[in-house]
Design a protein around this ligand. Structure first.
Ligand SMILES: [Zn+2]
Length: 276
């Protein structure tokens, strides 16, 4: 029986979530270690996300690939997302609040975190006055609103050559999650961005600056982390070295996804292992 158990344990675990990276000419010309680290970042995300979808992201080295054609969002302030270290754009559709909420509702039982978020979203035709939101393609797939294996590009990421080797894995995870849909500016992440406690307002602002704000999945009552007020207000404030903070800190920023990182990915619609 022991042999059987050992045999079972040696079977490779294949993630139902596939993060399919392609490298443009600049990335193909980069050091092999760059592509290796990009693939390690993709593997780290495939290890924790279990949605049965395939997401397609093109990666550039010292530039952001222009592979998304007319679907590149301008309304989300596409462009620099993490100082000059990397930037991400994603193909985005405008979708009704009702549609997005229904899709989140269908998946809400996956964690207490996502259930709390759903309970904070009124079953109405608008949220804080907005009836339509920008839905990144990656979230569209996670929420079942875009075909799971649609072959079109879902996003692009550009990673700078100046990123120290010790920080590169974290920067890649940071930028890839933007390409997957961790974006702000009338997007689903804004369901969780708050300016003040209840009955305070959510923050739907786009752009690169913001008033003080925080991430909450219970309608603003509890802050799980402070969010950035400059650079990328869809990121965390630069306080603790988390890889989702707006600016990484050489020698400080940690590579692993933290518990609150996983809560963010869960809240915007992914099924994530280890989220409570
Ligand atoms: Zn960022």
């Amino acid at each position: 029986m022991t042999v059987g158990l050992l045999s079972f344990a040696s079977v490779p675990i294949v993630s139902p979530f596939v993060l399919n990276l392609s490298f443009d000419a600049s990335a193909q010309a980069a050091p092999q270690s760059f592509r290796d680290t990009c693939n390690a970042a993709a593997a780290a995300l495939m290890a924790v996300i279990t949605d049965p979808i395939t997401m397609n992201i093109i990666v550039g080295y010292n530039e952001t690939p222009d592979g998304l054609g007319g679907s590149v969002a301008t309304n989300l302030g596409a462009g620099a997302r993490s100082s000059d270290l990397g930037e991400t754009t994603g193909g985005i559709n405008q979708t009704s609040y009702t549609t997005i909420r229904a899709a989140l509702s269908a998946k809400a039982s996956r964690s207490a975190n996502s259930t709390s978020l759903l309970n904070s979203l009124p079953n109405t035709s608008s949220l804080n006055g907005s009836s339509n939101f920008y839905l990144p393609r990656g979230l569209g797939k996670a929420l079942g609103l875009i075909a799971a294996n649609d072959p079109a590009l879902d996003g692009s990421s550009g990673i700078g050559s100046s990123v120290p080797a010790a920080n590169l894995l974290g920067v890649c995870i940071h930028e890839f999650t933007h390409a997957m849909g961790r974006e702000h500016g009338s997007a689903p992440f804004d369901f969780c961005r708050f300016l003040s406690p209840p009955p305070g307002a959510r923050n739907f602002g786009a752009g690169s600056t913001s008033p003080a704000q925080y991430f909450s999945v219970d309608g603003g009552a509890t802050s799980l982390v402070s969010l950035a007020t400059s650079s990328d207000p869809g990121d965390f404030a630069a306080t603790n070295g988390d890889i989702f903070q707006a600016l990484y800190a050489p020698g400080v920023t940690q590579n692993p996804l933290s518990a609150v990182d996983l809560k963010v990915l869960d809240a915007i619609g992914f099924t994530v292992l280890g989220v409570v």
